[in-house]
Write a protein that binds this ligand. Structure first.
Ligand code: BDR
Ligand code: CA
Length: 315
């Protein structure tokens, strides 16, 4: 009997690593992608929104794109992330989208979908948490319907924007605070795991050699080659840090991940702005499952499957 797919919505600010994460999700065979909800983040919303539509069309995903938040919950963030190129998709140029977007706003679309899924919906949140905070604020009973949020953001160790703060939470800390106080179960793929599980350039070469002539394989090759966020991984290899794909890894292969439980508080004071601060002393307060490690061979297998899946799309 065929395994039942997990219903998910991907909340995202595409973003090169977002695009790769979406490709892994689409090719895994384990997820039923119910929709994509773009948010302002890596590049401005006037790029992330059409990028989401472009990706849905290009990857032939059968799901709607519902318009998300153009700016942050309380304090507009002027900064973007240069490693994604000017328009957010690195050197990949996809055609102008022609698909219409969904009539509902992201937070209403997520709420209605969660209700329709009878409590089984999981949100894979790989951008700033503005849309998810709006879901919580505008639909206080959302926690009764959303099964969990698997979120790339924050860190239990060092940050990448400040010594404390990671980009997604630093862009909209007020939103992250709302989400972590919402009562919805959270799985965190923070920098503490993403920085040590980068995809090595040795493996990327292997992946690119496997790429066939299909435009999907070519785009994938360009995505992985043009993304410039790098860090040595735990195997001591120079690697491309595909942060957002680690959240998808947990969604499709939780057994390949090591985790621990803790309480996360989002700091909004000036010095620690956007910090996700873990404490371990009171188990009754725990609100987060933190991913602490990944099985690299299983993680790489997802990339190999993805390349084979998109190679099979033909030219
Ligand atoms: C996060 O910030 C963005 O640049 C990436 O897409 C990822 O979601 C990493 O800090
Ligand atoms: Ca992202």
């Amino acid at each position: 009997m065929q395994e039942k797919k997990i219903p998910v919505i991907i909340d995202t600010d595409p973003g090169v690593d977002d695009a790769i994460a979406i490709m892994i999700a689409a090719s895994s065979g384990k997820l039923d992608i119910k929709g994509i909800t773009p948010v302002d983040g890596n590049v401005k919303y006037y790029h992330t929104f059409p990028n989401a539509l472009r990706l849905v069309e290009f990857l032939k995903l059968d799901c709607p794109v519902a318009k998300g938040a153009e700016t942050q919950l309380e304090k507009p963030c002027p900064t973007t992330a240069s490693c994604h190129g000017k328009t957010g998709l690195g050197s990949v140029e996809l055609p102008e989208p022609t698909t219409p977007y969904h009539e509902k706003r992201a937070w209403d679309f997520i709420y209605d979908t969660a209700r329709d899924c009878g409590g089984e919906l999981e949100i894979i949140a790989i951008g700033p948490l503005t849309n998810i905070a709006k879901l919580v604020l505008e639909h206080p009973d959302a926690k009764d319907y959303v099964k969990r949020i698997i979120c790339m953001g924050g860190s239990t160790e060092e940050g990448n924007m400040t010594p404390y703060a990671e980009f997604n939470f630093w862009v909209d800390p007020a939103a992250a605070k709302v989400v972590f106080e919402s009562g919805i179960p959270i799985v965190l793929a923070g920098l503490n795991v993403t920085l040590k599980t980068g995809i090595s350039f040795r493996f990327i070469d292997q992946l690119c050699e496997r790429a066939g002539a299909s435009p999907y394989a070519k785009a994938l090759k360009e995505f992985v080659s043009s993304y410039s966020d790098t860090h040595d991984n735990k195997e001591g290899e120079h690697a491309s840090v595909v942060h957002d794909a680690t959240a998808v890894m947990y969604a499709v292969d939780p057994e390949g991940c090591t985790t621990e439980r803790c309480h996360i508080e989002i700091k909004v004071d000036e010095e620690q702005y956007g910090r996700s601060y873990p404490t371990y002393d009171d188990p009754s307060s725990y609100n987060t499952t933190v991913i602490t490690d990944l099985d690299m061979r299983r993680y790489e297998q997802l990339y190999l499957n993805m390349m084979d899946y998109f190679n099979s799309f033909g030219e």
